[in-house]
Design a protein around this ligand. Structure first.
Ligand code: HEC
Ligand code: HEC
Ligand code: HEC
Length: 410
């Protein structure tokens, strides 16, 4: 660990010398280096034993593994060709220079709060304070069709709020600084806020219920940071929280797993004023347990999460590959039995001599409750101009029973 830090410093000094030659604003580069620490870019953009910021770390998402990218200023494989505007758009809107949407494993939902001055410093640092490393990016392991990036554009439309941080005039400057850091650069909510059905954080600030109330991530549980007495930080003082973020321990606990990395790469480097602001903000969050946050699994969200990748959010599907659901007589059939069955069991296109390859639809019997199947079908039957009666959970239960008793077909 010490080794990494020493190397990092040497690289920084070499880069700073280069920067001086190129006549860049070295203060901006230095400030950007600090902000990059607060943002913990390095933790996600460095593979185990890999070069710093050169990408390649595998990150689990509900649909498969995504690899972080090379964000060193190498012109070929890194972000050396990014203009300031492109860099800011990637961080705030989740759109890469090449125009494709980024997976929300890159926390742009938080980075959207970063103000222009800080964004410019971050850019200066990544262009002039980081050494270029030539290392090609790796494709995701997400299987087709979920690997198509266009559903991510829809995801951004539905879930992404790219408005900058709005100061709360009723609160102190210190509180606002803390809120700005926690919600934005330090992205505590990426790990500590529960996720909804489409992998979206249920809240991005204290203004919505659920914010920082704890979440599972890849085999860990990032705990409740609100003042909840039982499972939250109700018993911790602001000083004890600062001590924890600075040293990785206090009289209650020691950081482990992903939080130990947060402390190592990021929070131990945060200055005392900023740590204190973070603690003031977090200590102001009223206690809220996970039970207070019932996720709403409406038919629309269920459809978006499970079906829109193939059938499209507007129900149009893909010509002759995935059937359209909009204006479809099959979807509006008086009796919904076949629809229920196709959702429970999935299906494969009829294979004919006209078309030799198969497109299949997965079955949802394991993942979805009767109520959820009913909700998603009711949504389908009443959207995009469709008009048919809703489906009841009891009908789904009947078909489920028949299906489970039927002989397997192949
Ligand atoms: C929680 C993990 C995480 C953190 C923290 C993070 N990133 Fe990312 N970032 C990713 C992942 C994963 C991708 C790739 C997403 C994809 O391919 O869709 C990515 C992609 C990017 C891209 C697009 C790169 C390209 O190759 O075109 C840029 C630019 C970027 N990140 C910059 C940053 C900066 C700057 C920071 C710190 C301010 C940062 N990231 C912090 C996970 C992270
Ligand atoms: C990469 C994911 C991640 C990020 C980002 C993250 N945490 Fe954590 N945090 C965890 C995990 C996982 C745990 C549980 C393991 C542990 O207690 O060390 C945890 C534990 C904690 C604890 C101890 C809670 C307890 O009850 O013992 C505190 C306090 C905490 N985090 C504060 C923060 C703050 C403040 C931020 C933002 C500056 C933050 N964390 C950002 C993953 C994260
Ligand atoms: C992996 C892509 C994929 C996903 C995800 C998917 N479908 Fe399908 N769907 C298909 C294909 C391909 C067919 C055609 C299958 C067939 O002919 O048996 C189909 C057929 C259907 C049909 C029958 C329509 C008709 O006119 O034949 C309905 C209804 C349907 N899907 C609903 C859903 C719902 C609801 C979901 C989400 C819970 C979903 N699908 C998820 C690919 C998908």
């Amino acid at each position: 660990m010490k080794m990494i830090k020493t190397l990092g410093l040497a690289a920084l000094l070499a880069a700073a010398a280069q920067a001086a030659q190129a006549n860049v604003d070295t203060d901006s580069v230095r400030r950007g280096g600090y902000l990059a620490r607060v943002s913990d870019c390095i933790a996600c953009h460095t593979a185990p034993q890999g070069k710093e910021n050169a990408g390649g770390l595998a990150m689990d998402t509900p649909v498969g593994k995504v690899y972080s990218t090379n964000i060193t200023p190498d012109k070929e494989t890194g972000i050396g060709e990014y203009s300031y505007e492109e860099f800011a758009r990637a961080l705030r809107q989740g759109v890469a220079k090449q125009g494709h949407s980024l997976y929300p494993a890159m926390p742009y939902t938080s980075f959207a709060r970063i103000n222009d001055a800080d964004m410019r410093d971050l850019y200066a640092y990544f262009m002039h304070g980081v050494e270029p490393v030539k290392q090609a990016n790796r494709d995701s392991d997400i299987p087709w069709p979920l690997s198509m990036r266009w559903p991510l554009t829809l995801w951004r439309w539905v879930f992404h709020d790219d408005s900058p941080y709005q100061a709360d005039a009723a609160k102190s400057a210190e509180w606002n600084r803390g809120a700005y850091l926690v919600q934005g650069m330090a992205h505590c909510g990426t790990c500590h806020t529960p996720r909804g059905v489409a992998f979206q954080e249920v809240a991005l600030s204290e203004k919505k219920p659920g914010y920082l109330t704890g979440s599972q991530l890849a085999g860990w549980f990032a705990g409740n940071l609100t003042a909840d007495k039982r499972e939250g930080l109700g018993g911790w003082s602001a000083e004890e929280l600062v001590e924890y973020l600075q040293t990785g321990r206090n009289r209650y606990t020691a950081a482990f797993g992903p939080m130990a990395e947060v402390v190592h790469y990021s929070s131990q480097h945060i200055n005392a004023a900023d740590l204190s602001a973070i603690a003031v903000y977090i200590k102001s969050l009223p206690g809220a347990g996970a039970a207070d946050v019932a996720p709403v699994r409406t038919g629309a969200t269920l459809f978006f999460e499970n079906c829109a990748t193939c059938h499209q959010a507007n129900g149009q599907g893909h010509d002759r590959v995935v059937p359209t659901l909009a204006g479809s007589s099959a979807v509006m059939a008086r009796d919904a039995t076949s629809l229920i069955r196709v959702v429970l069991e999935g299906g494969v296109n009829a294979r004919t001599h006209h078309q030799s390859w198969e497109y299949s639809m997965p079955g949802y019997a394991q993942q979805m409750s009767d109520q959820e199947v009913a909700d998603v079908l009711s949504y389908m039957r009443q959207s995009w101009g469709n008009a048919a009666s809703p489906v009841a959970a009891a009908d789904v239960a009947k078909v489920r029973k028949l299906v489970s008793e039927a002989q397997p077909q192949r």
